[in-house]
Design a protein around this ligand. Structure first.
Ligand code: S3P
Length: 428
């Protein structure tokens, strides 16, 4: 396949409005579909992943309408959801798949969920096992671990869970099942994962009790339709934060980016590495904080990233690894074995791609060791169909000596369809 060539740039400039947050867009659509009354979502992400969530809702009988990135859902409550006549296709989206499983566990009908080849290889036991314990009947390949997965939902019993990995998808699926269950459902996580579900459920009128890494919900809560304004996605902004830090000159402004503390690990780590990132004009809307970010070039130094920091920047590790390959000294990323079960095995694919471009990287069982160098040669790299890799290699092209030809660049459509156009415009 012919790659998309990204040439080196002298500098960067511009004000870039990154698209709506992917995690928040999924939840706004899903909760709008579960609620009674109209939900209006502005700045909804039109990436393939969130469109998968909307399509699944349609198959379940939820009426919605869309104009540009505004979405209206006419929720009639969960009781109105209908048994779909075909398989629900979550595409590439783990969030669609796992959150849907949680909601459908409480629905009195049968449903089969599937997705693309990447999603069909990702572990689902972490959700299906606890849902079985709550009372759902679930069948799937590999003992219910791999999609396609068929579920017959219905009467659920609330339970107390202690999860092994910090995962917002697992936590959210269990809370959403807990909402339809009898009694109380709680989740104790090993470290705090993103808390958009908890915040948004409160916005939709459901009581959720949170204390650090513990969260609890009572069965029987009803959601009522809301207006949701989705902030810009910090995971999409991350590509420009690294580009703006490592470019030779210029400045990038990123207005209205979500800065929920469970997602801002990228800001903390880049700043500790020496990045010049300023937070301007912060505000809070619909329970989620946002700010304008300004980034200017600076020298970066290597860092160790591990422990509770990992869930706060899990999706940004590919672009952070690129930043580390330009930083002075060594960067070590540990406790990130979760990367092996993302859209690709991101420990392997990031290491392979960076090496192909001339970086010095070592794969660790649970992370990466990166030896920074003053420059990156460039060459060819594949996204392996993983959106975050496609965008990482495009940034690498701009920062490299001879540019990068990115194979399967269109994978970026999953979370940022206009990325290529936008990043090319930022070059000066
Ligand atoms: C997400 C949670 C994270 C993240 C994913 C989106 C969410 O996954 O990597 O991109 O919206 O809940 P895990 O729950 O598997 O950690």
């Amino acid at each position: 396949m012919e790659g998309v060539y990204i040439k080196p740039v002298a500098g960067v400039r511009g004000e870039i409005r990154v698209p709506g947050d992917k995690s928040i867009s999924h939840r706004a659509a899903l909760f709008g579909g579960m609620a009674k009354g109209e939900t209006q979502i502005t700045n909804f992400l039109l990436g393939q992943d969130c469109l998968s969530t909307l399509r699944c809702l349609q198959q379940l009988g939820v009426a919605w309408d869309r104009q540009g990135n505004e979405v209206w859902l006419q929720g009639q409550g969960m009781g109105a959801w209908q048994e779909p006549t075909d398989v629900l296709d979550a595409g590439n989206s783990g969030t669609t798949f796992r959150l849907m499983l949680g909601v459908l566990a409480g629905c009195p009908f049968s449903v089969t969920l599937s997705g693309d080849a990447s999603l069909r290889s990702r572990p689902m036991k972490r959700v299906t096992d606890p849902l079985k314990q709550m009372g759902a009947a679930i069948l799937g390949r590999s003992g219910g671990n791999l999609a396609p997965i068929t579920m017959s939902g219905g009467k659920l019993q609330g339970r107390a869970f202690r999860t092994e990995v910090a995962s917002a998808q697992v936590k959210s699926a269990l809370l959403l099942a807990g909402l339809r269950a009898e009694g109380e459902t709680s989740v104790q996580e090993p470290a705090l994962s993103r808390d958009h579900t908890e915040r948004m459920l409160k916005g939709f009128g459901v009581e959720v009790q949170c204390a650090e890494t513990f969260v609890k919900i009572q069965g029987g809560g009803q959601l009522s339709g809301q207006k949701v304004s989705v902030p810009g996605d910090i995971s999409s902004a991350a590509f420009f934060l690294v580009l703006g830090s490592l470019a030779k000159r210029g400045e990038i402004l990123l207005p209205e980016v979500g800065i929920n503390p469970t997602r801002t690990g990228i800001l903390d780590v880049l700043r500790t590495m020496g990045a010049d990132i300023q937070l301007l004009e912060s505000s809070e809307l619909c329970g989620e904080p946002r700010a304008t970010l300004r980034v200017q070039p600076s020298k970066l130094k290597g860092i160790e990233i591990s422990g509770a920091m990992i869930p706060r920047l899990i999706d940004e590790i590919p672009i952070l690894a690129l930043a580390a390959s330009f930083a002075e000294g060594e960067t070590v990323i540990r406790d990130a074995a979760e990367l092996r079960v993302k859209e690709t095995d991101r420990i392997r694919t990031v290491a392979e791609g960076l090496k192909a471009l001339g970086a010095q990287v070592e794969e660790l069982p649970d992370g990466l060791r990166i030896f920074g160098q003053p420059s990156l040669q460039g060459g060819k790299a594949s996204s392996f169909g993983d959106h975050r890799l496609a965008m990482t290699w495009a940034v690498a092209g701009m920062l490299s000596k001879e540019g990068v030809s990115v194979e399967n660049m269109s994978a970026a459509d999953v979370s940022y369809p206009e990325f290529l156009e936008v990043i090319r415009k930022a070059a000066v």
